[in-house]
Design a protein around this ligand. Structure first.
Ligand code: GDP
Ligand code: GDP
Length: 452
């Protein structure tokens, strides 16, 4: 099997050689203070994410003036960049994004090889604002490192490992990039779950049922904070969860004010500790405004959500009930469409086993990452099907989109006057993203950034 090739590229003096040294773990490359010192290209093999990887440093291939960098690249370094399985595009977060960076970024986007954007010289969070600017390169989230101080290197290595083509398979040129990439989930890390709902919806019964079926329960653990305790839980496949229990919160609130049992404050607090919220709804009682209020808070806090439609054993007309709840959720929660609804009975235990798989699924959605190339293919199409409106009589020109972060999926759209994008157009793009890339039950954020 071929050893994958990672190529470090960028304008002079951004720290390519320093990064090369860091990655290979020895001082092989020459680091110099003056830009443009002629050096031979360095290449070394090292182990990243458990496999051998070739790393090449293109420092020294850029002694030409910056303006002609892309020209030089086309001649000199183009060959190696075209062969790269992954390109680390390094920018200097202290200097900010300069025209040659933008130029080179455009060239790299056209090249179409996988790219990780690395914002160097960010020790002690220096250059943080500039690294936000780096989003404008349209190459995704800048990974903050300090090559000189060794900060962020291990997570960069993890990102490199994740971005390389899978081992045992040689690179396939026709690889379908439209496939959304799911963020590498650490299977050993428990998924944090909180159960919310109105009083008497059946939260305690459900918690007991979930814990009761868990043979591996080791008992409640001391809390992560004073405000909530967490209980470990494993599903039938052995996957770990942490149930964030807010019973303490509710009890305390009850003492203060019976009516404020489900105060928004307590919900927000609990949600902060959680990744996925299970909203327990009493199916006999139907969906109340208070349930929707909780759901809106979930959206605002950027958590993923599943509805547990409880007391299903006591429901007479199941079809009508299911439909009424789903319709109301869709109508009233435009920002959180497609929430999975699991009908169950916490009391009898019926269908309770369906809850955790649904939680897993929205969690995966919440963590999802979509490649910049797939996004932009969709984006061009979405814009041509429904062109952006004029804003104060001037054409709104949206140029490209990139996913900035996951948890929840957050996108940045760049364009001329993009920051003036009207709300209904934003909603159109959110709905499209949700449908095309299959993102139900999670908030979706879009940040519009104006470019010149
Ligand atoms: P190259 O031309 O892109 O290969 O850049 P070098 O690796 O030769 O680094 C250029 C300059 O930036 C040198 O003076 C390095 O010491 C400095 N440098 C590299 N990485 C960092 C960093 O993480 N933080 C700071 N403050 N300086 C760095
Ligand atoms: P909490 O206030 O949300 O924690 O609700 P509880 O778990 O204390 O339950 C409130 C009431 O609903 C209790 O009388 C439960 O026995 C009842 N209950 C809970 N789950 C179910 C269910 O699945 N079916 C029926 N019929 N009753 C339930």
């Amino acid at each position: 099997m071929e050893t994958p090739l990672v190529v470090i590229a960028g304008r002079p003096n951004v720290g390519k050689s320093s990064l090369f040294n860091r990655l290979i773990g020895r001082r092989q490359a020459l680091v110099a203070d003056q830009p443009g010192l002629t050096r031979d290209r360095q290449e070394a093999t090292c182990r990243i994410g458990g496999r051998m990887v070739r790393i090449a440093d293109t420092a020294g291939l850029e002694e030409a003036p910056p303006e002609s960098l892309s020209g030089r690249m086309r001649q000199g370094a183009a060959t190696i960049l075209e062969q790269a399985d992954l390109i680390l595009f390094v920018v200097d977060a202290r200097a900010g994004i300069l025209p040659p960076d933008a130029h080179f970024g455009t060239w790299l986007r056209r090249l179409g090889r996988p790219v990780l954007l690395v914002a160097n010289k960010t020790e002690g969070r220096a250059g943080y604002d500039n690294s936000i600017d780096a989003y404008s390169l349209g190459l995704g989230e800048p990974l903050l490192v300090s090559a000189e101080h060794g900060e962020g290197i291990s997570s960069l290595m993890a990102d490199i490992a994740a971005a390389l083509p899978p081992a045992k398979k040689t690179r396939n040129e026709d690889e379908d990039e439209t496939e959304a990439l799911t963020a590498a989930e650490d299977p050993g890390k428990p998924l944090k779950l909180v159960i919310l709902g109105r009083p008497n919806a059946g939260k305690s019964t459900l918690v007991n049922r979930l814990l009761g079926e868990d043979r591996m329960l080791t008992g409640p653990e001391p809390g992560i904070t004073r405000d909530a305790i967490t209980m470990p839980l494993h599903d039938v496949d052995g996957r770990a969860y942490q149930l964030v229990d807010t019973a303490g919160l509710r009890r305390r609130a009850r003492v203060q004010n019976e009516i404020e049992k489900m105060s928004t404050g307590a919900s927000i607090n609990a949600m902060r500790f959680a990744e996925v919220v299970v909203l327990v709804v009493d199916a006999v009682d139907g969906l109340h405004d208070q349930d929707l209020q909780i759901a809106r808070l979930v959206e605002r806090e950027g958590r993923a959500m599943v509805v547990a439609l409880n007391k299903w054993d006591a429901v007479e007309d199941r079809d009508a009930t299911r439909k009424a709840v789903s319709d109301r959720l869709e109508r009233s929660l435009a920002q959180l469409k497609g929430i999975p609804v699991v009908t169950l009975s916490a009391m009898t235990g019926a269908s309770v086993q369906k809850l955790l798989p649904a939680v897993r699924q929205v969690y995966a959605t919440w963590n999802k990452r979509i490649t910049t190339s797939a996004l932009n293919r969709w984006f061009d199409d979405a814009l041509s099907r429904h062109p952006p409106p004029n804003v104060s009589g001037r054409r709104l020109k949206l140029r490209y989109v990139t996913q900035a972060t996951a948890r929840p999926p957050t996108f940045v759209v760049f364009g001329t006057r993009a920051e003036g994008t009207p709300e209904d157009y934003r909603r159109y793009l959110v709905n499209e993203l949700r449908n095309i890339f299959d993102l139900p039950g999670t908030p979706i954020r879009i940040d519009f950034r104006g470019t010149v």
